[in-house]
Write a protein that binds this ligand. Structure first.
Ligand code: NG1
Ligand code: ZN
Length: 524
């Protein structure tokens, strides 16, 4: 499992140049699966070391989410089920970037730095998504963890959020049973109880029918497992894109970026939703007659859930703090609505779940969603005290107790978010059109992926909306943005793909497209 002896999942030699560099990005390491064997091995070793340092369970998730099937990736999950601490991301990058000759020395240096006393609770739990390369990489992970004799658990094919949940439950048994079945029971039981406490209005447009695009990924088998515990009376799901090519012409990322129908959908379909390849993202959409769609993305989900929670809070006397976290990719209309109608000033943080999560946990109730459909709601200890441990008959308190259980507060989870959205739609008696029209209307927006040779030359300010390097480019962007009214646009390097992302908003679809394309030409 060295750079020199790197072998891909087909058993072919795939040596990695000693000086090829990799970086632990927004979602760990991602690359063509052929390159990942030695990376997973080294990361697994690091996960073992982290487990010993913490004397707790650490997670290792092998997935490349919405990337094409030929890619794979690996990320480490910290004891609370959240993303790896930043200083350890640095260790990961250093370790992976060392040459074969340097590796043993790098390992020893790290072991000296990290206190690794007796750690009987150290354990690494590992899961893969449905990619062909997964099993081979699982073996590399097992070998990496074995360097330290740390206990290793192979959990097979799981969604990313399921693995995060397992890590958290291993370390905090009071949070839930640390098993796949425990996860299904927690979600399904809370959902069914909340269903009973939800009074659908007499004149309701809600329908429990949903057509679900599984991105040909892990969402299909695992959501079916969950539905074993939820009767069709509650939720009637028709699955599409179950076993074809992963993320190909389908899935949440495809639908969000291209804003067209995914494969195998048509304009007669009513309420539709897409998971991404590892089922941590969820978006909804309604086909329109011209084979396009009305998209209900992470921003729409955030506002829907926030509206419900705020409505319940109105019936309770409490001083719980409430926050909503977004990124620069949030649709301008959603941010304005949150401020004007929900009375909350949304906090804008850099892209990447960990940034949103860290900002959200400062509130008693913190709603965070990326526009791409990744997000959740987190709850504080004070919420536990005031709401969860309150045995009151107050219906709103009971609903908040249950919605906080339906939602997977450990991490953004497409399954949990889907259950929460369905409950809330039923509560208001809304069809997908009602949801789309009654809150706010998106301003036209476009996202373009521009392939570049070296994305590391692009540097932005903290909130990512201004380019600092290469110098001069931001002036060109500003000049373009000024040409259109109510416009906003920025360029930022992706942390997961070798591209820069262009984002633009303007008054009309045509102007948005023009603005986006002009920025694309600037970086090309
Ligand atoms: P990058 O490639 O850094 O933009 C993308 C998403 C993130 C996050 C990660 C991890 C956008 C604009 N970016 O990151 O939000 O989900 O992937 O999957 O959607
Ligand atoms: Zn994902």
């Amino acid at each position: 499992y060295s750079r020199n002896q790197n072998v891909n999942h087909n058993g072919q030699q795939s040596p990695i140049a000693q000086d090829e560099k990799f970086a632990y990005g927004t979602a760990g390491f991602r690359n063509n699966a052929d390159k990942l064997t030695f990376i997973v091995f080294r990361c697994a070793y690091l996960a073992g070391l982290r487990a010993r340092q913490q004397n707790q369970t650490i997670g290792l998730m092998i997935t490349a989410s919405h990337n094409p099937a030929c890619d794979n990736g690996v990320k480490i999950v910290d004891p609370k089920g959240d993303m790896l601490a930043a200083d350890w991301e640095k260790y990961a990058t250093e370790l992976v970037n060392s040459t074969d000759d340097q590796f043993p020395t790098a390992v020893r240096a790290l072991e000296v730095k990290v206190n690794k006393t007796f750690a009987p609770n150290a354990k690494v739990v590992c899961a893969i998504d449905t990619r062909e390369s997964g099993k081979h990489l699982m073996n590399a992970a097992k070998a990496g963890v074995a360097i330290f004799n740390v206990e290793f658990e192979n959990h097979g094919i799981l969604t990313t959020p399921q693995l995060h949940y397992l890590v958290k439950c291993n370390n905090e048994p009071s949070f839930g049973r640390p098993s796949e079945f425990g996860y299904y029971c927690t979600l399904a039981n809370a959902f069914k109880k909340l269903h009973h406490l939800t009074n659908e209005p007499e004149e309701s447009n809600y329908s429990n029918k949903l057509v679900l695009d599984c991105a040909n990924g892990v969402g299909f088998p695992r959501f079916q497992d969950l539905l074993q515990l939820i009767d069709e009376r509650y939720l009637n799901i028709e699955f599409r894109n179950e076993n074809g090519e992963l993320n190909f012409g389908c899935g949440a990322d495809f639908v969000k970026i291209s804003q067209v129908l995914p494969a195998n959908f048509n304009s007669n379909d009513e309420k539709c939703a897409s998971f991404d390849g590892d089922a941590d993202r969820l978006i909804y959409f309604k086909p329109t007659s011209d084979n396009k769609i009305n998209l209900l993305d992470g921003d729409k989900i955030a506002v829907l859930l926030a509206t419900y929670i705020k409505d319940q809070l109105k019936n309770i006397e409490t001083d719980l703090t409430f926050g909503i976290i977004q990124t620069a990719y949030a649709n301008g209309s959603s941010s304005r609505y949150i401020e004007e109608k929900l009375g909350v000033i949304p906090e804008i943080v850099p892209t990447g779940v960990k940034n949103l999560h860290h900002a959200a946990i400062k509130y008693d109730i913190g709603v965070y969603f990326e526009a791409n459909g990744h997000g959740t709601v987190v709850f504080s200890e004070k919420f536990d005290e005031v709401i969860r441990r309150n045995s009151s008959e107050n219906l709103s308190i009971q609903r908040l107790q249950l919605i906080s259980r339906v939602i997977n507060e450990v991490v953004g989870d497409a399954f949990a978010d889907l259950l929460a959205v369905e409950i809330v739609l039923r509560h208001y008696g809304w069809s997908i059109e009602d949801w789309n029209e009654k809150l706010y209307k998106d301003v036209p927006n476009i996202q373009i992926k521009v392939p570049v040779e070296d994305r590391s030359i692009f540097k932005t300010t903290w909130e990512e909306t201004t380019l600092i390097e290469p110098s001069g480019i931001q002036d060109l962007i500003n000049a373009e943005v000024e040409k259109y009214s109510n416009s906003r646009a920025f360029i930022r390097p992706s942390g997961t793909e070798n591209i820069v992302r262009v984002y633009a908003e303007a008054d009309t679809v045509e102007d948005t497209e023009k603005l986006g394309r002009s920025l694309e030409n600037i970086v090309k």
